[in-house]
Write a protein that binds this ligand. Structure first.
Ligand SMILES: *Cc1c(COP(=O)(O)O)cnc(C)c1O
Length: 371
């Protein structure tokens, strides 16, 4: 068996199925368009990497990226759409620097390594109230809503909507009295979203949206403008908003590519179609895992992520072989994060269903040889 993704032969070189957690698989159509635009975009005689961030071509690129982002997410004018450098991690500091007043406090829900990083950074700015945690069981579940201890007067409530490392995902939003702040890095635009329920959403681009090094930030405008006095210019949402994400030279290529990915999502049928496809892909793998005694899913039903499916061999000693043999057959990047162990298959928007089917085929084969 060879799991070469033959859909990717436009360039004459075949590609393999990539289950990377991030940077991750991008849509074929987008990559092929980017190849052309690297050389010469809009018949300008200049490639996208070489255009001024203040010129007409890039004006159009960023305007179209924002417009497509707004259309697919149905984002109202009450929200700003920003493209910010520094990935999702810088947002861990930008959120409290801009939203947490001196002497104030914020709710944080701790569902894993990413939440912990957010908490650590926020503590530099003020009081963090950990409202719920799943640390008791190594973050293998999403805590139940009725156990959340949320403050009425918090500046905001931060949560990690999809836990990339442990493979858990919120299926309903926390019912917080304060504005919700979501780290949606690994599930942004993977399903329909009601932006009006959030105060702020941020996502590093390299999971579902594009290349690394840029974060999409969707923020309710009335929350902006209350930053701490010493906040660096590049970390101020009001500056980003007023200067159209261009107070300095932005990551022009990331913005270009995110725009293409937004347009691809739209062309494929939008977030409803993404949600259906992602649910189907994840079900193929979870159903197989639930029927198997050779493999186990790490996460119980109800907390499972449709984006990052984490699993183990019942005999953990076989996992190294599993990953190596899968890789040799064109099923790449299945090793789990060291904190979770075992395997992880990331099934972001651009990962085709055939990839999951090829993976399950390999898993059956591996189980019958080693069972
Ligand atoms: C990948 C990831 C991050 C970190 O993103 P960077 O762009 O590397 O800063 C943060 N949160 C979550 C949930 C992630 O999956």
């Amino acid at each position: 068996m060879s799991a070469v993704n033959t859909a990717n032969t436009a360039t004459g070189t075949a590609r393999i199925f990539n289950f990377s957690a991030g940077p991750a698989c991008l849509p074929d159509d987008v990559l092929n368009q980017a190849r052309a635009d690297l050389w010469n975009i809009d018949a300008s005689g200049i490639g996208i990497l070489e255009h001024s961030h203040r010129g007409k071509v890039f004006d159009r690129v960023i305007d179209e990226a924002e417009a497509a982002c707004r259309r697919i997410g149905n984002i109202s004018d009450d929200y700003a759409v920003l493209f910010v450098q520094g990935g999702a991690t810088l947002q861990n500091a930008m959120v409290p620097a801009n939203l947490l007043p001196v002497g104030g406090h914020a709710d944080y829900i701790n569902t894993g390594a990413w939440s912990k990083k957010s908490i650590k950074e926020a503590k530099m700015y003020g009081e963090v109230h950990v409202s719920a945690s799943s640390e008791d069981k190594n973050f293998s579940y999403i805590p139940a809503q009725d156990t959340f201890d949320l403050c009425k007067d918090a500046a905001y409530c931060h949560f990690t909507e999809n836990n990339t490392i442990f493979g858990t995902e919120f299926t309903t939003l926390p019912d917080a009295p304060s504005p919700l702040v979501s780290d949606a890095s690994s599930n942004i635009y993977s399903r329909p979203i009601d932006v009006s329920k959030y105060g702020l959403i941020y996502a590093g681009a390299q999971k579902n949206l594009g290349p690394a090094g840029c974060a999409l930030v969707i923020v309710r405008k009335d929350l902006v403008g209350k930053h701490r006095e010493n906040t660096p210019t590049l970390m101020r949402y009001d500056v980003m908003m007023e200067q159209g994400s261009r107070p300095n030279t932005p990551n022009t290529f990331a913005i270009y590519l995110m725009g293409k990915v937004f347009e691809w999502i739209e062309k494929e049928g939008g977030l409803k179609v993404m949600g259906q496809r992602n649910a189907e892909k994840a079900a193929v793998l979870y159903d197989f895992l639930d029927d198997s005694s050779f493999y186990t899913a790490n996460v119980a039903e109800g907390s499972r992520s449709n984006m990052n499916v984490c699993f183990r061999c019942a005999n953990h000693d076989l996992e190294g072989d599993f990953v190596n043999q899968a890789e040799a057959q064109g099923l790449a990047n299945l090793k789990g994060h060291r904190d979770a162990g075992g395997m992880r298959a990331s099934l972001y928007n651009a990962v085709p269903k055939e990839a999951v089917e090829a993976l399950v085929g390999f898993m059956k084969d591996f189980a019958s040889k080693n069972g």
